[in-house]
Design a protein around this ligand. Sequence first.
Ligand SMILES: [Zn+2]
Length: 247
Amino acid sequence: MHSTVGPGSSEAISRRLLVCNARDALDGYTPEIRDSYREGMVTARTGMMTRPSGSHRDHLVLAAIALTNRLADGWSGGVRYAAPEDADECAAIANETCERFYRKQTAFLPAQAPELRTLARRLHDVLLDLAADDIPVAIPKINALLAEHPAALHLSTEPPYSLHYQDHGMPAVQGWQVGCCAALASWVSSKSTQYIRRCDAAQCDRVFFDDTRSGTKRFCGPRCQDREKVRAYRLRKAVADAGGTSR
Ligand SMILES: [Zn+2]
């Protein structure tokens, strides 16, 4: 009898092709991205879940998350977080952050720092909506950001071939606004936004990409995880103490 799930099945063949194509597409990316790509493909191969796995589009979403965590005001790790006021520092952070995801970028300039902080705040707002699965609220915000600058769809002419959304002649802030929002729009349409999470800890609104196989990551980092462990312990102790005194 013909097997539909064995190594020769069409499903297994298409998965192998997917992995081969992914491997071929890795040239030109940073080691960090290559690792995340491979991890993503391994997860996809297990069949446990399909998830974003390293396309240019996915890197733009990861860059949007990283940019907002560094340049959007809010809360982080239990304390108020304020983006740096210094224009040079602001541009340097943005350049360093985006270079992790895309090497051939147009550089952010210190003169663009106010626009950069505004973009980070608006992207953070959208990401928080997506993390809360509040898609109808996020969509008009994404559309408004997309309407402000023309997208210039084109394929890169050198490997890894990928669909780009912005004209590289655009100033960096506008280019990243178009690119990140087009990528977020694509994630909404492919239901990939379930991987965008807001930190569960008190007094923290940082956003992260849940890269766990189980999809159960709750905190932005060890600091918040530890804070919540302590908080949960104190809560249990307070409840136990209250129970003890009421008897
Ligand atoms: Zn946190």
